[in-house]
Write a new protein. Structure first.
Length: 267
């Protein structure tokens, strides 16, 4: 396994740009950070003189990517088993091959979809304030996520580390918008891994008592319109909830494939 440096950047770019949607996180991190400053790490395994797979580390999250169907998943698993991995993620067919070698982790499947132009322009309800969130809002964002079942596992027990991750994202690589109902944060939509061509929409969440008001549609649409207006070519997001999927399709997203996260079974 070789740890890559900035000198490898041309070779890395050539390898990942065949599927930019599935490698959006790697593209964003390479533009927002340096492989030489310790914020991110990128490793490559070679086979027959060519790269077999890449592994990206960002904080305690890891992403695996390979262009080969029969890459050496056992070698990748052996490496990842020695790391302090919170989540391991990647293209569905790549992670499906990896999962049997990491029995201590459970598979969480999502769909990846892509948007190149928005189809809607909804206005928020009159009693709702929409504003861009700042690093100082990170604690309130964590509080909201902890109140939502599908997000709670990602933040419970690691609140301080998660706050630092959110602050870092808002300072470099992403943005967030919040919907405030009666002065309290009721919904969030964010981007991460923003780069010169794309961005990833993440963390779309609405408090249970504030649903059915169109807050998620409003936040995601306005967030996407803002990013696309800055000459990015596309945005991507994950979903595993059919209701959420229908909302995203109405905005203009199209399904492009499977994406998997491997989480600890104790999480």
């Amino acid at each position: 396994m070789k740890k890559l440096t900035q000198q490898n950047l041309p070779e890395i770019t050539k390898y990942i740009m065949e599927e930019p949607e599935f490698n959006l996180f790697i593209i964003g991190d390479l533009e927002n950070f340096s492989l030489d400053d310790g914020n991110i790490d990128l490793y490559a395994q070679k086979s027959c003189g060519q790269w077999d797979f890449l592994i990206l580390r960002y904080f305690d999250s890891y992403m695996l990517y390979s262009r080969r169907k029969n890459y050496d998943a056992k070698a990748a698993a052996n490496f990842l088993a020695k790391q302090d991995c919170n989540v391991i993620s990647g293209k569905g067919e790549v992670l499906e091959r990896l999962a049997p070698f990491l029995p201590g982790r459970r598979i969480v499947k999502s769909r990846l979809c892509c948007l190149r132009e928005t189809a809607l322009s909804p206005a928020p309800p009159k009693n709702v304030e929409i504003r861009r969130l700042r690093p100082g809002d990170a604690s309130e964002m964590i509080c909201l996520y902890l109140q939502i079942e599908e997000f709670r596992d990602n933040y419970l027990g690691r609140e301080r580390k998660a706050e630092n991750e959110i602050r870092c994202n808002l300072q470099k690589g992403g943005r967030s918008y919040g919907a405030f109902l009666n002065g309290k944060l009721a919904a969030i939509a964010s981007t991460t891994a923003e780069n010169s061509v794309s961005a990833m929409v993440v963390g779309v969440a609405t408090l249970p008592q504030a649903r059915q008001l169109g807050l998620a549609s409003c936040l995601v649409t306005n967030l996407c319109r803002e990013v696309l207006a800055e000459d990015r070519r596309f945005l991507c997001l994950f979903y595993n909830n059919p209701t959420a999927g229908n909302i995203y399709f109405e905005i203009g997203f199209q399904d492009i494939g499977s994406y998997i996260m491997l989480k600890r079974k104790t999480d």
